[in-house]
Ligand binder design. Structure first.
Ligand SMILES: C[S@@+](CC[C@H](N)C(=O)[O-])C[C@H]1O[C@@H](n2cnc3c(N)ncnc32)[C@H](O)[C@@H]1O
Length: 235
Protein backbone atom coordinates (compact mmCIF):
# COMPACT_ATOMS: atom_id res chain seq x y z
CA UNK A 1 0.00 0.00 0.00
CA UNK A 2 1.45 3.37 -1.04
CA UNK A 3 1.37 6.30 1.30
CA UNK A 4 0.35 9.56 -0.33
CA UNK A 5 3.19 10.96 -2.47
CA UNK A 6 5.65 8.25 -1.42
CA UNK A 7 7.40 6.83 -4.44
CA UNK A 8 8.28 3.14 -4.60
CA UNK A 9 10.04 0.85 -7.05
CA UNK A 10 7.25 -0.95 -8.89
CA UNK A 11 7.32 -4.76 -8.85
CA UNK A 12 4.25 -5.56 -10.99
CA UNK A 13 3.03 -4.64 -14.48
CA UNK A 14 0.30 -2.35 -13.09
CA UNK A 15 1.56 1.12 -12.18
CA UNK A 16 -0.69 3.63 -10.47
CA UNK A 17 0.29 6.89 -8.82
CA UNK A 18 -2.17 9.56 -7.63
CA UNK A 19 -0.37 12.62 -8.98
CA UNK A 20 1.84 13.67 -11.93
CA UNK A 21 4.62 14.70 -9.57
CA UNK A 22 6.33 13.13 -6.55
CA UNK A 23 8.34 14.74 -3.77
CA UNK A 24 8.61 18.48 -3.13
CA UNK A 25 10.32 19.62 -6.33
CA UNK A 26 8.60 19.90 -9.73
CA UNK A 27 9.47 17.35 -12.47
CA UNK A 28 8.30 18.80 -15.76
CA UNK A 29 5.26 21.05 -15.67
CA UNK A 30 1.97 19.49 -14.61
CA UNK A 31 0.15 22.27 -16.49
CA UNK A 32 1.68 21.02 -19.78
CA UNK A 33 -0.93 19.24 -21.89
CA UNK A 34 0.26 15.63 -22.13
CA UNK A 35 2.86 15.77 -19.34
CA UNK A 36 4.30 12.37 -18.33
CA UNK A 37 3.77 11.13 -14.77
CA UNK A 38 7.21 11.63 -13.19
CA UNK A 39 7.08 8.37 -11.21
CA UNK A 40 7.08 6.43 -14.49
CA UNK A 41 10.46 7.87 -15.51
CA UNK A 42 11.82 7.51 -11.96
CA UNK A 43 10.98 3.80 -11.97
CA UNK A 44 12.49 3.21 -15.41
CA UNK A 45 15.74 5.01 -14.57
CA UNK A 46 16.09 3.08 -11.32
CA UNK A 47 15.67 -0.22 -13.15
CA UNK A 48 17.56 0.33 -16.39
CA UNK A 49 20.28 2.91 -15.69
CA UNK A 50 22.97 3.78 -13.15
CA UNK A 51 24.47 7.14 -12.07
CA UNK A 52 26.54 8.70 -14.86
CA UNK A 53 24.60 6.97 -17.68
CA UNK A 54 23.39 9.07 -20.62
CA UNK A 55 19.59 9.27 -20.86
CA UNK A 56 17.90 10.78 -23.96
CA UNK A 57 14.30 11.88 -24.48
CA UNK A 58 13.69 12.82 -28.16
CA UNK A 59 10.24 14.37 -27.40
CA UNK A 60 10.82 15.80 -23.94
CA UNK A 61 7.83 18.20 -23.78
CA UNK A 62 7.94 20.13 -20.51
CA UNK A 63 11.18 18.44 -19.41
CA UNK A 64 10.04 15.73 -16.97
CA UNK A 65 12.79 13.32 -18.09
CA UNK A 66 15.46 16.02 -17.64
CA UNK A 67 14.37 16.81 -14.09
CA UNK A 68 14.09 13.18 -12.94
CA UNK A 69 17.37 12.15 -14.60
CA UNK A 70 19.34 15.05 -13.08
CA UNK A 71 17.96 14.33 -9.64
CA UNK A 72 19.19 10.72 -10.00
CA UNK A 73 22.67 11.88 -11.18
CA UNK A 74 22.21 10.62 -14.73
CA UNK A 75 23.47 12.66 -17.71
CA UNK A 76 20.52 13.72 -19.83
CA UNK A 77 19.69 15.33 -23.19
CA UNK A 78 16.13 16.43 -23.93
CA UNK A 79 14.99 17.37 -27.44
CA UNK A 80 11.68 18.64 -28.73
CA UNK A 81 10.39 20.06 -32.01
CA UNK A 82 9.01 23.00 -29.97
CA UNK A 83 11.21 23.51 -26.86
CA UNK A 84 9.18 24.48 -23.81
CA UNK A 85 12.16 25.77 -21.78
CA UNK A 86 15.77 26.86 -22.32
CA UNK A 87 17.52 23.57 -21.40
CA UNK A 88 15.66 21.69 -24.18
CA UNK A 89 17.32 21.44 -27.62
CA UNK A 90 15.20 22.09 -30.70
CA UNK A 91 15.26 18.96 -32.87
CA UNK A 92 13.09 16.66 -34.96
CA UNK A 93 13.06 13.18 -33.40
CA UNK A 94 13.38 11.58 -36.84
CA UNK A 95 17.03 12.82 -37.01
CA UNK A 96 18.78 12.84 -33.64
CA UNK A 97 22.20 14.59 -33.67
CA UNK A 98 24.02 11.90 -31.67
CA UNK A 99 26.54 9.20 -32.62
CA UNK A 100 25.61 5.57 -33.24
CA UNK A 101 25.67 3.37 -30.09
CA UNK A 102 26.24 6.31 -27.72
CA UNK A 103 23.17 6.37 -25.43
CA UNK A 104 22.40 4.25 -22.34
CA UNK A 105 18.63 4.70 -22.14
CA UNK A 106 15.85 6.34 -24.15
CA UNK A 107 12.49 7.39 -22.77
CA UNK A 108 9.81 8.76 -25.08
CA UNK A 109 6.18 9.80 -24.60
CA UNK A 110 5.10 10.69 -28.14
CA UNK A 111 1.82 12.13 -29.43
CA UNK A 112 -0.88 9.43 -29.62
CA UNK A 113 -2.70 11.07 -32.55
CA UNK A 114 -3.72 14.64 -33.41
CA UNK A 115 -5.88 14.98 -30.26
CA UNK A 116 -3.56 17.47 -28.47
CA UNK A 117 -2.21 20.70 -29.93
CA UNK A 118 1.42 20.86 -28.78
CA UNK A 119 2.67 23.69 -31.01
CA UNK A 120 2.33 25.36 -34.40
CA UNK A 121 5.44 23.60 -35.68
CA UNK A 122 4.64 21.93 -39.04
CA UNK A 123 6.90 18.94 -38.26
CA UNK A 124 5.02 18.09 -35.06
CA UNK A 125 3.93 14.44 -35.42
CA UNK A 126 0.94 15.35 -33.25
CA UNK A 127 -0.57 17.01 -36.32
CA UNK A 128 -1.08 13.62 -37.98
CA UNK A 129 -4.13 11.53 -37.10
CA UNK A 130 -3.54 7.95 -35.96
CA UNK A 131 -6.33 7.05 -38.38
CA UNK A 132 -3.68 7.40 -41.10
CA UNK A 133 -0.92 4.82 -41.56
CA UNK A 134 1.42 7.81 -42.07
CA UNK A 135 1.27 8.43 -38.30
CA UNK A 136 2.90 5.03 -37.64
CA UNK A 137 5.34 5.46 -40.54
CA UNK A 138 6.63 8.68 -38.91
CA UNK A 139 6.89 7.03 -35.49
CA UNK A 140 8.82 4.20 -37.14
CA UNK A 141 11.37 6.75 -38.38
CA UNK A 142 11.79 7.86 -34.75
CA UNK A 143 12.14 4.19 -33.72
CA UNK A 144 14.90 3.68 -36.28
CA UNK A 145 16.82 6.70 -34.96
CA UNK A 146 16.49 5.50 -31.38
CA UNK A 147 17.80 2.11 -32.45
CA UNK A 148 20.80 3.79 -34.09
CA UNK A 149 21.84 5.92 -31.09
CA UNK A 150 21.22 3.31 -28.38
CA UNK A 151 24.16 1.17 -27.20
CA UNK A 152 23.73 -2.60 -27.71
CA UNK A 153 21.88 -4.37 -24.88
CA UNK A 154 20.44 -1.06 -23.59
CA UNK A 155 16.76 -0.27 -23.07
CA UNK A 156 14.13 2.00 -24.56
CA UNK A 157 10.70 2.67 -23.07
CA UNK A 158 7.79 4.29 -24.91
CA UNK A 159 4.60 5.55 -23.25
CA UNK A 160 1.59 5.45 -25.57
CA UNK A 161 -2.21 5.45 -25.37
CA UNK A 162 -5.04 4.15 -27.54
CA UNK A 163 -7.69 6.14 -29.38
CA UNK A 164 -11.46 6.13 -29.59
CA UNK A 165 -13.58 8.65 -31.48
CA UNK A 166 -17.26 8.54 -32.39
CA UNK A 167 -16.56 8.61 -36.13
CA UNK A 168 -13.40 6.49 -36.38
CA UNK A 169 -14.15 4.06 -33.53
CA UNK A 170 -11.33 2.29 -31.67
CA UNK A 171 -7.75 2.43 -32.93
CA UNK A 172 -5.23 0.28 -30.97
CA UNK A 173 -2.42 2.84 -31.32
CA UNK A 174 -0.29 1.07 -28.70
CA UNK A 175 -0.49 -2.31 -30.43
CA UNK A 176 0.21 -0.81 -33.83
CA UNK A 177 3.26 1.00 -32.45
CA UNK A 178 4.35 -2.17 -30.59
CA UNK A 179 4.38 -4.04 -33.91
CA UNK A 180 6.64 -1.39 -35.46
CA UNK A 181 9.02 -1.47 -32.48
CA UNK A 182 9.28 -5.27 -32.73
CA UNK A 183 10.93 -4.85 -36.14
CA UNK A 184 13.96 -3.27 -34.45
CA UNK A 185 14.01 -4.27 -30.79
CA UNK A 186 13.59 -7.23 -28.50
CA UNK A 187 10.36 -6.96 -26.51
CA UNK A 188 10.96 -7.01 -22.75
CA UNK A 189 7.59 -6.22 -21.16
CA UNK A 190 4.44 -4.12 -21.23
CA UNK A 191 3.33 -2.08 -18.22
CA UNK A 192 -0.19 -0.75 -17.73
CA UNK A 193 -0.04 2.83 -16.38
CA UNK A 194 -3.32 4.02 -14.84
CA UNK A 195 -4.52 7.34 -16.24
CA UNK A 196 -5.26 9.96 -13.62
CA UNK A 197 -6.55 13.54 -13.78
CA UNK A 198 -8.21 13.02 -17.17
CA UNK A 199 -10.33 15.89 -18.45
CA UNK A 200 -12.89 13.22 -19.38
CA UNK A 201 -13.12 11.98 -15.79
CA UNK A 202 -16.42 13.76 -15.21
CA UNK A 203 -19.90 12.40 -14.54
CA UNK A 204 -21.14 13.65 -17.93
CA UNK A 205 -18.43 11.68 -19.79
CA UNK A 206 -19.07 8.54 -17.73
CA UNK A 207 -22.78 8.87 -18.56
CA UNK A 208 -22.03 9.31 -22.27
CA UNK A 209 -19.70 6.27 -22.29
CA UNK A 210 -22.53 4.07 -21.05
CA UNK A 211 -25.26 5.68 -23.15
CA UNK A 212 -23.30 5.52 -26.43
CA UNK A 213 -21.59 2.19 -25.65
CA UNK A 214 -17.91 3.14 -25.61
CA UNK A 215 -15.18 3.12 -22.95
CA UNK A 216 -13.21 6.06 -21.60
CA UNK A 217 -9.47 5.44 -21.76
CA UNK A 218 -8.39 4.20 -18.31
CA UNK A 219 -4.73 3.34 -18.91
CA UNK A 220 -1.70 3.83 -21.12
CA UNK A 221 0.84 1.27 -22.28
CA UNK A 222 4.45 1.56 -21.23
CA UNK A 223 6.36 -0.52 -23.80
CA UNK A 224 9.82 -1.72 -22.78
CA UNK A 225 12.32 -2.95 -25.35
CA UNK A 226 16.03 -3.76 -25.57
CA UNK A 227 18.44 -3.28 -28.44
CA UNK A 228 19.47 -6.86 -28.86
CA UNK A 229 22.71 -7.83 -30.58
CA UNK A 230 21.02 -10.95 -31.93
CA UNK A 231 17.87 -9.27 -33.29
CA UNK A 232 19.25 -6.62 -35.60
CA UNK A 233 16.68 -6.38 -38.35
CA UNK A 234 16.86 -2.75 -39.41
CA UNK A 235 14.12 -2.82 -42.06
C1 LIG B 1 3.27 13.81 -24.87
S1 LIG B 1 4.31 15.17 -25.16
C2 LIG B 1 5.74 14.79 -24.19
C3 LIG B 1 5.50 15.05 -22.73
C4 LIG B 1 6.77 15.07 -21.90
N1 LIG B 1 7.28 13.73 -21.67
C5 LIG B 1 6.53 15.78 -20.58
O1 LIG B 1 6.56 15.13 -19.52
O2 LIG B 1 6.26 16.97 -20.59
C6 LIG B 1 4.86 14.90 -26.81
C7 LIG B 1 5.88 15.89 -27.30
O3 LIG B 1 6.32 15.47 -28.60
C8 LIG B 1 6.77 16.62 -29.28
N2 LIG B 1 6.95 16.33 -30.71
C9 LIG B 1 6.00 16.12 -31.64
N3 LIG B 1 6.57 15.88 -32.85
C10 LIG B 1 7.90 15.93 -32.67
C11 LIG B 1 9.02 15.73 -33.54
N4 LIG B 1 8.86 15.50 -34.85
N5 LIG B 1 10.27 15.82 -33.01
C12 LIG B 1 10.45 16.09 -31.69
N6 LIG B 1 9.42 16.31 -30.82
C13 LIG B 1 8.15 16.21 -31.30
C14 LIG B 1 5.69 17.65 -28.95
O4 LIG B 1 6.15 18.97 -29.19
C15 LIG B 1 5.40 17.34 -27.47
O5 LIG B 1 6.14 18.19 -26.63
Amino acid sequence: MKKDKEIILESTTLWDYPTQNYGDRPHGDNKFNGVTPAFVIWNLLQRYTKPGDLVVDPMVGSGTTIDVAKELDRKVIGYDIAPYRSDIFQNDARHIPLDDNSVDFVFIDSPYSNNVKYSEHPQCIGKISCEKEEFFDELEKVTKEIHRILKPEKFISWLIGDHWRKNSGFIPVSIKLYQRLCKYFESIDIICVVRRNQTSNTSIWHKRAIEFNFYLRGFKYLLIFRKSQILNRKS
